[in-house]
Design a binder for this molecule. Sequence first.
Ligand code: LER
Ligand code: MN
Length: 271
Amino acid sequence: MIKSCVTIALVPQIKSGPWIFWENLEAGIVEASKLGFDAIELFTASAHAIEIPKLKGLLAQYNLELAAVGTGAGKVIHSLTLTDPDSAVRKKAISFISEMIDFGAVFGAPAIIGSMQGNILPGNDREETMFWLTDGLNQLGKHAESRGVTLIYEPLNRYETNLLNTIESGSEFLERLETSSIKLLADLFHMNIEEENLEESILNWGNYIGHVHFADSNRRPMGLGHTSMKEIAKALKAIRYNGYVSAEAFPYPSPYKAAEQTIKEFRKWFT
Ligand code: LER
Ligand code: MN
């Protein structure tokens, strides 16, 4: 069964971006539950930003799961990436993500590596940078496995990374790792920019897809752009995807309306 999810951004330093609910964990949870979502995805400043008993209590009270935790704050706040040329920075990035894996694992939720993958910086070599990414993901994948969770790696569009931009290149990269506990994030917004054909990529590499970010072509909530969901929903059902379809979209025209639009589209395509 494909499950619905909505994002809540709780990083004080970040005031805008593709997240639906903002700033207040409890208010986001209440709204998500009111609209009938199955789960929330959290974007927090660190693994210690939320008290675990408080989150446990709220999820139980409102009958929601934690679907995933984002790690991007490690880059935005601390300038950490897995491919920084400085090995001390790479080491800190690994420990930041390890802590996020531990935090998510309490709830059975995977951590997501999106912007923390970094970029090949000017003057650096692609092969060496890919080696750093491989090394970091091997370590983190094994760590996730030891905690009983998967780890999610997200190919991003070309304006955000020059490492891996497509589901195909991401899948081929995962195939060569020493761990099989890493899955891909199929973010429909990034895919709309990079894939030749979204549904074919899903069908061809379905085994690798572990999480989906649900946003339309313009990153507004699904239904407010020109993405053709019919074929995408058909492809996700064909691969027997049974994870979350999580709204990582701009809170347009307002957080509540964006969430409402998202759940309406989710029900149209997946129930
Ligand atoms: C960034 O564009 C993104 O899609 C996030 O999920 C990861 O940082
Ligand atoms: Mn995403």
